[in-house]
Ligand binder design. Structure first.
Ligand code: GAL
Length: 976
C-alpha cells in the first residue's frame, strides 16, 4: 500500500517535473557593489530530511509560529552542501544520469531537505523594498518567508533574486527553503562533477532603495590605433527615481557625467591580463551609489585571428571547476585568490569557468589579477548522448524558456567584467534550436564579446571554432585549412573565418599530461590558433579517512556506494584538491612561458622571443649560469629592447664544456609573483659519459657454496642474478618491460579507437609476468656474462638479455642488452631492470634532471642540477596509484637510513618507490598503500612517453616504445 500523496506533495511533484524556469524571480541583473544596506544570512540553519517529495506534508514548518519537534531538525551550515554535512551522500558521474532518462521527470528517490532560518531583520533594511538573493542553490528549491511563498529556484549555479518587500517584517522572521535534489532541471545540469545538493553559496537580504540603481551595463572599448577609450555606462533605475543617475571616473576626469551616452577618453591604459588596469568608478543616484571597476579593452577577430586591443591573443588556459576537498563547490574567496596567484606563477593567462558561472566575487579577482575568461552557462545535457540524443532538451521547445533563462542570468550577472571575453552557451548539450536561440540572444545583448559553444559542430552560431581533445595533427590541419573562399558551403566558409580554440585538451589525469609542447608549438606557429584550456585545473577528490600510512584519504566516484559512477575520472587536475601542484604544473609553466629562449648549438647566440601580448621585457632581468667543470658562476645577460611579439638574437660568449642555464627573472614583485620569480629559462647540458673505473678490473671468483663474487657484488650461480652488493642484500633482480598502468595507459587513444588501451594490451600480453630462463653464466676476461631469455607465459615472444658485469673492486658496472625475439603484440612500457632492497628509502639525492619527473613527452619543467627528495616526493604519489617519478639521473644515491645504493648512468631513468608495481597497480587509492618496508628500484634503458589517452591523444609515435634492442649501462655501488 502506498502512502497517499498529500496536496503539498502533488504540487511539489508537478513543480519538480516542470521544464520551465523558476517562478517569481526578479529579472536578472549585474552583481553590483552597492552602498545599500544588506544582511548576509550565511551561518547555521536548521534542516530536516525527507526521502522523497512524496513524503512532504504541510505541518506549517514555514511559519514562525510552527510547533516543530526539535528532534527532527539538525543544524546545517549555509553555504554548504548537504551530503558533506552528513545529510545524504555525494555521488559522482561524468556523462551518465544516475537516474532513468525519463525527461522531464526526476526519480521518486529524491531527497528533500527542508531548511529553516530564524532571523531578525536588520532595521536599516526595512526602510526599503527588499530582495532575497540566492547565489547558488544546488537542486530545485521553493522559498518561503514567514510562510509566504516567494518563488522557486532553478539553475543551481546561477543567482536568483526574489522580492520580499512587505513580507519581511520588523523583528523575527523565518526563512524556509525546501530543496529537492532532483528535478526536470537536473537534465540540464549533467556536468562531469559530484552531485552535491545544498545551499552552497551565500544567501543575502538586500535593500533595493526606491530610485536606486537596478542594473548597470558597462561598455568600455579601447582603440589601439590612438590609445583612446570609449566608455558608455547604461543604467537602469529602480522604480521611484526622481533624478537620473550620474557617472564618475575620477582618474579619467569624469565627474558626475551622464550615463547612457558614450564618453571619449583621449588616453586610457588598456586592460589586458598582463596589464590589468582598472579604473574605479561610481554610478550615483540620490538613493544609491554603486562602485565599479572598469577595464577598457576590445575583443575582435580579423583574418580568423583572435585579437585583443588589435593585437593577436594567445589563450594559455585551464578549465576551472569550483572544488574544495571538504566543502565541495563552496570555495572561499581567499582560497580562490590563492589559486589564481598559483596560476599566475605558472604562466596561465586564461580560465574557462567549466561548466557554470563561478561565485560572483571570483570575477572581481579575475579582473584585478588579470585573467581572460570564458564564462560558461550552467548547462549540460551530456547524458542524452547515451541514448542517442533522443529527447535532448536542447532541441525541444518545452525547454526553450529554461535555456533562455539560464543564459540570461549568466550574461546579466557578469557583464561588467573586463576579464570576460567570451560567453559560452554551455558544455556538451548536443545541438538544437534552443542553443541557437540563446546564441542569438547573447550576441544581441552583448555584441562586444564572443560567443562560444564547442558542441556546435558546424560552428554556425558561434564566433570561435572550438573543439575538445583534437589531435595534434588535426589541429595543424585546421590551422592550415585553405581560405574560406575555397569552400562552397556557407557554413564551412563561416567556420573558416573563425579563430580555432581547444576549449579542452591535455587531460591532466595521473601521470601526465604528455605532449603539451607539441600543441604549444602549433599555437606559436599558426595565427589562427587562439590557444586552449588544459583539462583541468583541480582534482575533485573529497577528503576521507586516513590510511595505514597516515596519509589522508582522498575519495572519488564509487567511494560512497554509488551504483552508477565514473570512478577516478574526476581526479584529473594539474593541482590536487588541496591545491598542491602535481608535476604537470611545472611542465605547463615552462610550456606556457611568455618568453622563449633558445641557445644556438655553438652557444654563440641566445634567441629571445617575446610572446607577451603587450609587455616588453623591461620587467625581467636575464642571467646565465655556468656549472662545471669550473665552479658555478653567474653573469648578467644584457637584453636589448624587445617589444611584445618580437624577438632578438643576443650574442654570447660561453665556455664550451659547462652546463649553461639562462634564466629570466622578475626584477620586482608583480603580476602575482615575487621579485626574482623565474619567468623563462633554457639550458644546454653537455652529455656526460659514465665514468670509467679508476682502478683495474677485478676478475669474478666462484665460491664453493654456489656464489660468484665480483668485487663487492655476489651472484647466485643458479640464477645468474646478483644477490648482494657489499652488505646490501639485493632481491628480485629481473628485467622489466611493464609499468604500473597510468591513467593514460588505461585510456583509449583517440587516434586508435580500434585498439584497446595500452594497459589492456599489456595485460593481454602478460607483460607484468615475465618468466626467466637462464641460458648461461660465463666469464669473459674480467667480465661476468649472464644470458637469460625472459618472456611472458602463453606467448612465443620475449627478450634475450645479456648481462655483462665488471668491477674495479669498489663498484660494479652492468652493461645490459635487451633484445626482442618473436612477434611482439604490443609496445612496451619501459625496458630496464628492477631490484628490491629490504629497507625503505628515506631520501634520494641525484645529479640529473629535476626536481620533477621526466618521461619522453613530459618533464619540460625539469632541468639539470643536483636535487634531494624524500621518499614520497621522489615516488610522486597520485590519488590512484600508478607509474610515476622517473628522473633522468647521472648520479643518484638512494638512502636507506644507514646504508645507501649509489647509481651512476648517463641520463638514466631511475624510478624508486616503496612498493612493487603489482601492488601499485592493484591499489585503488594512495592512502590504501601499505606502510613502506622496502624499496623497489628500476634502472631503465628507456621508458615510454605517457600521452594523454585518458581523454584524447595517446603517446605520439616519436615517444612510444616499440620493441627494439635497448642498452642499459649503469654503475652500482654501496655507500654509507
Ligand atoms: C569533456 C568534458 C569535461 C570532462 C572531460 C574529461 O568531455 O567537457 O567536463 O568530462 O571531458 O575529463
Amino acid at each position: 500500500m502506498t502512502t497517499p500523496t498529500t496536496p503539498t506533495a502533488t504540487r511539489l511533484l508537478t513543480d519538480l517535473a516542470s521544464p520551465l524556469p523558476g517562478r517569481g524571480a526578479l529579472p536578472p541583473r549585474a552583481h553590483l557593489h552597492s552602498d545599500a544596506p544588506r544582511q548576509v544570512l550565511d551561518g547555521t540553519w536548521q534542516v530536516r530530511l525527507r526521502p522523497s517529495p512524496r513524503h512532504v506534508a504541510d505541518d506549517g514548518w514555514q511559519h514562525l509560529d510552527a510547533r516543530l519537534d526539535p528532534a527532527n531538525w539538525t543544524p546545517v551550515q549555509v553555504p554548504g552542501h548537504l551530503p558533506l554535512q552528513g545529510h545524504g551522500s555525494p555521488s559522482y558521474t561524468n556523462v551518465d544520469y544516475p537516474f532513468p532518462v525519463d525527461p522531464p521527470f526526476p526519480p521518486d528517490d529524491n531527497p528533500v531537505a527542508e531548511h529553516r532560518l530564524v532571523l531578525v531583520a536588520a532595521p536599516e533594511l526595512l526602510a526599503h523594498p527588499c530582495v532575497l538573493r540566492f547565489e547558488g542553490v544546488d537542486g530545485a528549491a521553493t522559498v518561503w518567508l514567514n510562510g509566504v511563498e516567494l518563488g522557486t529556484l532553478r539553475g543551481s549555479r546561477l543567482t536568483t533574486e526574489l522580492a520580499c518587500t512587505g513580507v519581511l517584517q520588523p523583528g523575527t522572521n523565518v526563512l524556509a527553503v525546501r530543496l529537492a535534489q532532483w528535478s526536470a532541471h537536473s537534465y540540464l545540469e549533467d556536468q562531469d562533477m559530484w552531485w552535491l545538493p545544498g545551499l552552497f553559496r551565500s544567501v543575502t537580504l538586500l535593500a533595493r532603495p526606491r530610485g536606486g540603481v537596478r542594473d548597470v551595463f558597462v561598455h568600455a572599448g579601447f582603440d589601439h590605433r590612438d590609445g583612446s577609450g570609449t566608455l558608455r555606462v547604461d543604467v537602469e533605475l529602480s522604480a521611484g527615481a526622481e533624478a537620473p543617475a550620474t557617472l564618475s571616473v575620477p582618474a579619467l576626469g569624469l565627474h558626475d557625467v551622464a550615463v547612457g551616452v558614450p564618453h571619449h577618453v583621449v588616453s586610457v591604459a588598456p586592460w589586458t591580463a598582463e596589464t590589468p588596469t582598472l579604473y574605479d568608478a561610481q554610478v550615483h543616484t540620490p538613493a544609491e551609489t554603486v562602485n565599479l571597476r572598469i577595464g577598457f579593452r576590445t575583443v575582435g577577430i580579423e583574418d580568423a585571428c583572435l585579437l585583443l586591443n588589435g593585437v593577436p591573443l594567445l589563450l594559455k588556459g585551464v578549465n576551472r571547476h569550483e572544488h574544495d576537498p571538504r566543502q565541495g563547490r563552496r570555495v572561499d574567496l581567499a582560497a580562490a585568490r590563492a589559486e589564481l596567484l598559483l596560476m599566475k606563477q605558472h604562466n596561465i593567462n586564461a580560465i574557462r569557468t567549466s561548466h557554470y558561472p563561478p561565485q560572483a566575487d571570483f570575477l572581481d579577482l579575475a579582473d584585478e589579477l588579470g585573467f581572460y575568461l570564458i564564462v560558461e552557462n550552467d548547462l549540460e545535457t551530456h547524458g542524452f548522448e547515451r541514448v542517442g540524443w533522443r529527447s535532448n532538451p536542447s532541441d525541444d521547445p518545452r525547454w526553450l524558456a529554461a535555456y533562455q533563462d539560464r543564459m540570461q542570468r549568466t550574461v546579466e550577472r557578469d557583464k561588467n567584467h573586463p576579464s570576460v571575453l567570451v560567453w559560452s552557451l554551455g558544455n556538451e548539450a548536443g545541438t538544437g534550436a534552443n542553443l541557437d536561440a540563446i546564441a542569438c540572444w547573447t550576441r544581441d545583448r552583448d555584441p562586444d564579446r564572443l560567443v562560444h559553444y564547442e558542441g556546435d559542430r558546424r560552428s554556425r552560431h558561434v564566433d570561435l571554432y572550438s573543439r575538445m581533445y583534437a589531435l595534434v595533427d588535426e589541429v595543424e590541419a585546421i590551422a592550415t585549412e585553405p581560405p574560406a573562399e575555397t569552400f562552397t558551403d556557407p557554413d564551412e566558409q563561416h567556420r573558416r573565418r573563425l579563430p580555432f580554440l581547444l576549449c579542452e585538451y591535455a587531460h591532466a589525469m595521473g601521470n601526465g599530461p604528455g605532449g603539451l609542447s607539441e600543441y604549444q608549438d602549433l599555437f606559436h606557429r599558426y595565427p589562427r590558433l587562439a590557444g586552449g584550456f588544459i583539462w583541468e585545473w583541480v582534482e575533485h577528490t573529497l577528503d576521507g579517512p586516513t590510511g595505514p600510512d597516515g596519509r589522508p584519504g582522498q575519495l572519488y566516484g564509487g567511494d560512497f556506494g554509488e551504483r552508477v559512477h565514473d570512478g577516478n575520472f574526476v581526479v584529473d587536475g594539474l593541482v590536487h584538491a588541496d591545491r598542491t601542484p602535481g608535476p604537470g604544473l611545472a611542465d605547463l609553466a615552462r610550456v606556457f612561458s611568455p618568453v622563449s629562449l633558445e641557445l644556438a648549438a655553438d652557444r654563440s647566440t641566445l634567441t629571445v622571443v617575446n610572446r607577451y601580448h603587450s609587455l616588453d621585457l623591461s620587467h625581467l632581468e636575464a642571467s646565465c649560469t655556468f656549472d662545471g667543470p669550473e665552479p658555478a658562476s653567474s653573469v648578467p645577460v644584457p637584453l636589448p629592447e624587445i617589444p611584445a611579439g618580437s624577438s632578438a638574437v643576443v650574442p654570447l660568449r660561453l665556455p664550451p664544456s659547462a652546463t649553461v642555464t639562462v634564466v629570466l627573472r622578475r626584477r620586482t614583485a608583480g603580476d602575482g609573483c615575487p621579485a626574482g620569480h623565474e619567468v623563462a629559462w633554457t639550458q644546454q647540458v653537455p652529455a656526460r659519459p659514465i665514468p670509467s673505473f679508476a682502478a683495474a678490473p677485478v676478475a669474478p671468483r666462484r665460491d664453493s657454496d654456489g656464489l660468484i663474487h665480483l668485487g663487492p657484488a655476489v651472484f647466485d650461480e643458479h640464477t645468474g642474478m646478483p644477490v648482494r652488493l657489499g652488505t646490501l642484500a639485493l632481491h628480485d633482480v629481473a628485467v622489466g618491460l611493464w609499468r604500473a598502468p597510468t591513467d593514460n595507459d588505461r585510456g583509449m587513444a583517440s587516434e586508435e579507437p580500434e585498439l584497446p588501451p595500452v594497459a589492456e594490451q599489456w595485460a593481454a600480453a602478460r607483460l607484468d609476468d615475465l618468466r626467466t630462463r637462464l641460458i648461461e653464466v660465463t666469464a669473459d676476461g674480467p667480465a661476468l656474462v649472464v644470458r637469460t631469455r625472459n618472456g611472458p607465459p602463453v606467448l612465443d615472444a620475449g627478450v634475450d638479455v645479456t648481462w655483462r658485469w665488471t668491477s674495479d673492486g669498489n663498484s660494479v658496472a652492468l652493461e645490459c642488452t635487451i633484445e626482442p625475439y618473436g612477434r611482439w603484440p604490443c609496445d612496451w612500457g619501459r625496458a630496464g631492470i628492477d631490484l628490491r632492497l629490504a629497507a625503505p628509502t628515506t631520501q634520494v639525492r641525484w645529479t640529473g634532471w629535476g626536481p620533477g619527473p621526466q618521461y619522453p613527452d613530459t618533464g619540460q619543467g625539469a632541468r639539470y642540477g643536483t636535487f634531494v627528495a624524500d621518499r614520497d616526493d621522489y615516488a610522486v604519489r597520485t590519488v590512484r596509484p600508478q607509474e610515476h617519478g622517473a628522473r633522468r639521473v647521472d648520479d643518484a644515491t638512494i638512502d636507506l637510513g644507514g646504508s645507501a645504493l649509489r647509481v651512476r648512468g648517463s641520463a638514466l631513468p631511475l624510478t624508486v618507490r616503496p612498493w612493487s608495481r603489482g601492488v601499485v597497480a592493484a591499489t585503488g587509492h594512495d592512502h590504501e598503500l601499505p606502510v613502506p618496508t622496502e624499496t623497489w628500484i628500476s634502472l631503465d634503458a628507456t621508458v615510454s612517453g605517457v600521452g594523454s589517452a585518458s581523454c584524447g591523444q595517446g603517446v605520439l609515435p616519436q615517444y612510444r616504445l616499440a620493441p627494439a634492442t635497448q642498452h642499459l649501462h649503469v654503475l652500482l655501488q654501496q655507500t654509507g
